[in-house]
Design a protein around this ligand. Structure first.
Ligand code: ATP
Ligand code: MG
Length: 648
């Protein structure tokens, strides 16, 4: 199945901003003359002072410095809101869908967005927030989350969004980590028919913070909350605030936000993104990767707690004057049809989600999808993990009805925007491949040990990048050394992604998973993702995670955690069947040594499997599981430890 190639249809190509020839021409220019290319692209934004110094980058470990558009000045909120007022004041900016389908959706126009952002900015100023101050946002997926981000940007404050599913401890760590002056939260966050008490969580977090930290509270549900002297009713304060607030003139390199990575591989890193380069890159990738045109209804299902929500719900779409959907709920409530019903209800044109959601919905059966009219859809997107070909094919056939190109966008919190992705009208797609670099992006495949660049077209190794792009992170908040050591130390002169990859004979890129997830079985290096894909391709398997464990003979053995489809009975025969299956699918070398039935897998709150925890369990080293603050359901881990197979 891997080598199936899907060419874009004539309709897709003729509508696209970028076709194959244009991609080739633009890409060549972007890497041969980055200064000229990005000086031109910077004109996407309205600058107060247009930049003349375009690129100033040094990847040398010990003196890493990344600057783009350094002498330019602008205001990000002005670019995402004010500049659209002349032509789009009455166009919907944010189309909000609440958790409960019975509650009415809201369409917020650019004029209303401007008013609300200004009101919130004025409230923040009243509470002493100004340029360079940090504000933590701990909010449901409600329009106020976007207002708050843009209000900070308007007055030059730096926001740090913390996903509303995080615990008081995780929230407290992040408030202290960035030295926030203010936390913006809500009384409660409705999600999947349940309510999380955000305000009480915030109270618990604030016990461990400086008492001067103020708490501004949005009334989302009106549910019971406790109020202390420091608390401010933000909904009421906004009502009383002035509807206009001047936008600060910011330097291109002034920080826009701090955002912690998902914590899949270790302790989350406070990634810093700046104003000019980030916005140019978010706007450009949003427009071109999703081939967005006027009149489109674009929907990214992510949460603003993740970078995907920053770049592709708020900043990219609004910089482009698009209509962006915000969804408060979850894919499976009230039923597994919710995504598709919402697509039909709002005639969504671009739909962007994560493999974890696709796999979960695939497991529920096609009937949930086929009951909705999805004829408005044009482009489908995926992000967050390698997507296994099985799930890709389902997304393509059942959701996209074989009509919608799938953009498998590879990128990271650190990269600000897409790095490797097919573009709808320019590239073919292959199930599971991220395909081709975005403009200005120079991927290289390195030999893992020597760090030597592999020149052959067909290559397999670690993925690094030979040059910068405007959306690249600038530092780890408060710890530039960690930034240098994490990304620039191991392979000199490159930005190291931490991911493995393969380049095929056509020069297309396949992400094979994290470098930490590569195992060495009897001298053969293999990505665990390949074994997982084979397992998931079996009709009885819903999800699988594979790690290595010490093996006397082979060096490393293959340990598989397998979640079965609903209704399938676990048995020793089935284990044998799966071992034989993987052996046939990949080869004898990939035959699983141990299989453990896993009712659930440990995942981050953004739905990524935390293999580092599974590795510890497989290695019998579960005394020190590392940072588990971003784990979605800690109880899953106890069950897995209880039933581990490697009881050596
Ligand atoms: P941490 O850095 O704290 O371990 P994380 O890497 O999961 O957490 P993110 O920045 O949210 O944090 O995720 C980026 C990673 O997600 C990438 O490095 C890659 O491993 C994976 N990823 C994202 N998109 C894709 C994709 N389209 N295909 C394959 N892998 C992807
Ligand atoms: Mg990472």
């Amino acid at each position: 199945m891997k080598d199936t190639v899907y060419e874009p249809s004539d309709a897709t190509v003729s509508r696209a901003h970028v076709d194959h020839a244009r991609y080739a021409e633009m890409y060549a220019r972007s890497v041969e003359d980055p200064e000229g290319f990005w000086a031109e692209e910077a004109k996407r934004l309205d600058w107060r002072r247009a930049p003349t110094r375009i690129k100033d980058v040094d990847f040398t470990h010990g003196s890493v410095s990344i600057k783009w558009f350094e002498d330019g000045t602008l205001n990000v909120a002005e670019n995402c809101v004010d500049r659209h007022l002349a032509t789009r004041a009455e166009q919907t900016a944010i189309l909000w869908e609440p958790d409960d389908p019975e509650e009415p959706a809201q369409a917020i126009t650019y004029r209303e967005l401007h008013e609300n952002v200004c009101r919130m900015a004025n409230v923040l100023k009243d509470h002493g927030v100004g340029r360079g101050d940090r504000v933590v946002l701990y909010l449901p997926m409600i329009p106020e989350a976007a207002y708050a981000m843009l209000a900070c940007a308007r007055i030059g404050a730096i926001h740090s969004v913390v996903f509303a599913g995080f615990s008081p401890d995780a929230l407290g760590q992040r408030i202290n980590g960035c030295g926030a002056k203010v936390v913006i939260t809500a009384d409660e966050a409705p999600r999947g028919g349940r309510k999380t008490a955000l305000k009480s969580n915030t109270d618990k977090a604030l016990i461990h913070c400086d008492d001067r930290v103020k708490c501004l509270v949005v009334k989302r549900t009106g549910g019971q909350t406790t109020w202390t002297g420091q608390d401010v009713d933000l909904t009421a304060a906004m009502r009383d605030a002035a509807t206009d607030c001047p936008a600060e003139e910011m330097g291109a390199e002034d920080p826009l936000f701090i955002l912690y990575t998902s914590g899949s591989t270790g302790q989350p890193k406070g990634v810093v993104h700046t104003s000019g380069g980030y916005l140019v890159y978010a706007a450009m990738t949003h427009e071109i990767t999703f081939d967005v045109h006027d009149g489109d209804i674009y929907w990214c299902t992510a949460d603003v707690g993740w970078v995907t929500g920053h770049s592709y719900i708020v900043y990219g779409p609004l910089a482009n004057g698009s209509t962006t959907r915000m969804f408060e709920g979850v894919p499976t409530w009230p039923s597994a049809s919710r995504f598709w019903q919402v697509c039909e209800k709002h005639a969504v044109t671009q739909f962007y989600t994560a493999p974890t959601a696709i796999r979960a919905l695939m497991g529920q059966g096609d009937a949930y999808v086929t009951g909705s009219d999805l004829s408005s859809l044009r482009i489908l997107g995926t992000v967050g993990e390698p997507i296994n070909p099985e799930a890709w094919a389902w997304y393509n056939d059942v959701v996209g009805q074989n009509r919608c190109p799938i953009v498998d966008t590879y990128w990271q919190t650190e990269t600000g925007g897409h790095l490797i992705t097919p573009l709808p009208g320019a590239h073919a797609t292959k199930p599971g491949a991220a395909m081709q670099p975005f403009f200005g992006v120079r991927p290289v495949v390195l030999e893992p040990e020597s760090g030597k660049e592999i020149d052959d077209t067909e290559a397999s190794g670690v993925l690094a990048f030979a040059d910068s792009w405007p959306g690249q992170m600038r530092t780890v908040w408060g710890d530039h050394e960690r930034f240098e050591n994490t990304y620039f130390q191991q392979y000199k002169g490159y930005y190291f992604s931490g991911d493995g990859c393969r380049r095929d004979a056509d020069g297309d890129y396949w992400i094979t998973g994290r470098v930490d997830d590569v195992i060495n079985v009897s001298g053969h290096r293999m990505g665990t993702a390949e074994v997982e894909s084979a397992l998931v391709a079996h009709e009885k398997v819903a999800e699988a995670a594979v790690v290595g464990y010490p093996h006397d003979v082979k060096g490393q053995g293959i340990y598989c955690y397998v979640t079965l489809m609903t209704g399938v009975e676990a048995s020793d025969e089935l284990k044998k069947e799966l071992q034989t299956w993987v052996r046939q699918e990949i080869g004898p070398i990939a035959k699983p040594d141990l299989i453990q039935w896993a009712p659930g897998l440990p995942k981050t709150r953004s739905g990524k499997i935390m293999r580092r925890i599974l590795r510890k369990i497989a290695e019998n080293d579960y005394g020190s599981l590392g940072d588990t603050s971003t784990l979605a359901d800690p109880a899953v881990v106890d069950d897995l430890i209880e039933n581990r197979q490697n009881k050596g």
